[in-house]
Design a protein around this ligand. Structure first.
Ligand code: GLN
Length: 508
């Protein structure tokens, strides 16, 4: 199919399905059409700019675009258009891609179901067995649904604690979160800087890999972007490693974290996990139980650290220097407090306000030691657990400097593995009505629990991918559409992004 036909089909799908995946959809006409036609000509001549030349790629609405507004799904930015493009947008356009619109999300990326949006909840294309609407996952739910409904070729999201992987699992798409610092965050509105990553959603791993190769470069404008010298060092370390043949001939050692085998796993998720392991085993890879003992504390640590960073990041939206201004006197002196509270009280939604309060509390002088500092310690332990089970060394940690007492702390002796394979989420997507209605059965804590398997890799900055796995025919007999798919996650050592994608490919 020509690129133009493909683009027109995406556009038609954007207008045909009312899934609320976009805050700003693609306009029906515009310069973008010419750009696709030019890409078609390049492709006919056999000189495409890249593998994504002329393809439509959606951008989560917390990533800055000069041509389209960037709202973060928040009232506080509802009239904001950035004067510049984020680096990732520049990179995509430089490779010939066309921006397919800005996708809906949980406000500022805070949420797990894409229901906390000023523009209304995102709807999953899939339904449950009773035909009810279900969560699309979040916070990059709009990006995931846009991919699932073929409203674009692929989409960009952000993943701070699972926001690309969870919606991928709920919508049956592939969602990849790279190692922290590989993709530039310049122009990405910060939620929790030490955890934020830009992630990629696609229908298959090869489209994700194509986009990753375009975005995986040092950006001098992002102080947390991995330097060129560190990148070459990591590459050299991987090439020199005895495991460099991992992707070709050598059987892989697959780790199964015992702590992820919780009683709350729904049967379809457990089945998908077992099927994936059996599938890998059949291909000659070996399965090894590993222990990540700090897993049970990771979620609480994340929900202390992420809101703490968020409360600081969101302080700038005060209606004076930045953001949509609420009612109130804007003179000097005491009256400013009224302006601030009106602006923030009306501009931010309830979940964002909850996070700001949580974060401000845990950073306050009396609580700092008991919450924030403890959570930082847990984060260290989570990183240590992973380092103990991976056969590859963390390329940014000095092996000599590692506390000897910690070596092997999380692993049974000799159980070093190449990657870890586990579910992306413990259960199937909940019903949208339970999440949105006043009488709904779901509490904020229920939403936080969905991140239990995704936050550990985020705390450790590791690469992880979620791929859709179809559950066996026998379970399909129930006719329950919702039970057909579950997201399975592959997590690797820092810098092992290619390996993670390759194992994802084996499973998908
Ligand atoms: N659900 C998590 C949160 O609300 C993760 C969000 C994200 O990755 N952006 O913090």
């Amino acid at each position: 199919m020509s690129l133009l036909r493909e683009a027109e089909r995406c556009l038609a799908n954007q207008h045909a399905h009312n899934l609320n995946a976009f805050i700003t959809p693609l306009s029906r006409s515009g310069k973008w059409l010419d750009r696709v036609k030019e890409a078609d000509q390049r492709s006919e001549k056999g000189t495409p700019k890249s593998a994504i030349d002329g393809r439509l790629i959606s951008i989560k609405d917390n990533i800055c675009t000069r041509q389209l507004p960037t709202t973060c799904a928040s009232g506080i930015l509802d009239k904001f258009t950035s004067p510049f493009n984020a680096t990732v947008v520049e990179q995509l356009e430089g490779a010939g891609a066309v921006i397919a619109g800005k996708t809906n999300l949980d406000e500022f990326g805070m949420g797990s179901h894409s229901v906390h949006s000023r523009f209304g909840p995102v709807k999953n294309l899939r339904r449950d067995s009773a035909g009810q609407e279900i969560s699309a996952g979040g916070s990059s739910g709009g990006s995931a649904v846009a991919v699932a409904a073929e409203q674009c070729y692929a989409a960009i999201g952000t993943d701070t604690g699972g926001s690309v992987r969870l919606p991928a699992a709920y919508t049956g798409t592939v969602g990849f979160k790279p190692s922290y610092g590989l993709i530039s965050r310049w122009g990405v509105v910060a939620y929790a800087n030490s955890l934020d990553t830009v992630g990629i959603l696609g229908t298959n791993t090869s489209s994700v890999r194509n986009i990753f190769s375009i975005l995986n470069h040092h950006d001098p404008r992002d102080p947390t972007s991995l330097s060129k010298s560190s990148r070459s060092r990591i590459l050299a370390q991987l090439q020199n490693s005895p495991l460099s043949t991992r992707l070709t001939s050598k059987p892989l050692r697959i780790g199964v974290p015992l702590e992820y085998n919780i009683s709350e796993l729904t049967p379809s998720v457990r089945t998908a996990w077992l099927l994936s392991l059996a599938h890998l085993q059949k291909q000659g890879h070996t399965i090894h139980p590993v222990s990540l003992p700090t897993t049970k504390h990771a979620l609480s640590a994340y929900y202390v650290l992420a809101p703490a960073e968020a409360s600081s990041n969101l302080a700038k939206y005060d209606g004076v220097r930045y953001g949509t201004r609420g009612d109130g006197p804007d003179g000097n002196g005491q009256a400013d407090g009224v302006l601030y509270s009106n602006t923030r009280g009306t501009g931010f939604g309830s979940e964002v306000q909850r996070r700001i309060l949580l974060g401000t509390f845990s950073l306050s002088a009396d609580s700092m030691d008991n919450y924030f500092i403890q959570a930082q310690r847990v984060r260290r332990l989570v990183q240590r657990d992973f380092n103990a089970v991976f056969s590859a060394q963390h390329p940014l940690f000095d092996a000599q400097a590692v506390d000897p007492a910690s070596v092997g702390a999380g692993a049974s002796a000799g159980a070093e593995v190449d990657v870890i394979v586990c579910p992306t989420a413990p259960s199937s997507p909940p019903r949208l009505s339970d999440l949105t209605s006043e009488s709904g059965q779901s509490s904020p804590l229920d939403a936080y629990v969905n991140d239990v398997f995704t936050v550990p890799a985020s705390l450790a900055g590791l690469p992880a991918i979620s791929v859709p796995v179809t559950v066996a025919e026998s379970s399909r007999d129930s006719g329950a559409d919702i039970d057909e798919l579950a997201g399975i996650q592959v997590v690797g050592q820092y810098g092992d992004d290619e390996l993670v994608m390759s194992v994802g490919e084996l499973l998908a």
